[in-house]
Structures are given as C-alpha cells and as structure tokens.
Design a protein around this ligand. Structure first.
Ligand code: ZN
Length: 115
C-alpha cells in the first residue's frame, strides 16, 4: 500500500495590523498581520497543523517581521499598538549601523516636518 506523506506551507493575511513608520520605505505605512502555518499532509490533504508563525508585513515594501506570542497579543488591543510600533522601529533599526541609523532618523524627521 502506498501512503503519501507531505509537508505543506501556507501563508495568509489575517487582518490589517497597525499603521506606523517603515524604515525601509521611509514613510508611514499600513502593516498587515500574516500567519504562516506548516501542515503535515496525508495524501495531499492538510491534516495536522504542525507549526505556526505570525508576522507583520509592510503593505508597500513587503518587509516582514516575525512576532513572538506576546507581540501577537499586542495586536489585539488597540491601546497596545504603540508598543508594537516601538518594537518594529527597534527591529528595523537594529540591523543598521550607527551612521545608517542616524541618517534614517534624520530623514524621518525631515519627512514628517514636510507632511
Ligand atoms: Zn515598507
């Protein structure tokens, strides 16, 4: 008897997440909440959800940031969204050098004064 096992990865948008500055786009963007689930499949049918990860994704440049469980919980309370925005800023800037960071922050100031 032939038994067919497999592995299926599925990603879908759950909802819009928040609106805050994206340092890749250098402007305020809407971020989306995406969930990626890995399934064990049996005869090509998704059977057991094995692993699930949440991301927020910039609606313009598609930069995606992996969230932990506490950060996903922040998404559910409007008043806690600024904490998530602070995490996103921290995350995006953490990959930059000091010089790049200062440049991006200065550019953000400049853009905001123009808006
Ligand atoms: Zn962006």
């Amino acid at each position: 008897m032939l038994v067919l096992f497999g592995w299926v990865k599925e990603a879908k948008e759950i909802a819009s997440a928040l609106s805050c500055h994206c340092y890749r786009c250098q402007r305020k963007r809407a971020w989306e909440h995406w969930k990626e689930t890995e399934w064990v499949s049996f005869f090509m049918i998704k059977t057991i959800p094995f692993l699930s990860k949440s991301y927020v994704v910039c609606s313009a440049c598609r930069e995606s940031v992996l969230l932990n469980r506490e950060q996903v919980a922040l998404l559910e309370v409007e008043a806690k969204l600024p904490r998530l925005a602070a995490f996103l800023e921290e995350h995006q800037l953490s990959q930059k050098t000091e010089v790049q960071r200062n440049f991006l922050l200065a550019q953000r100031e400049q853009n905001q004064s123009r808006e």
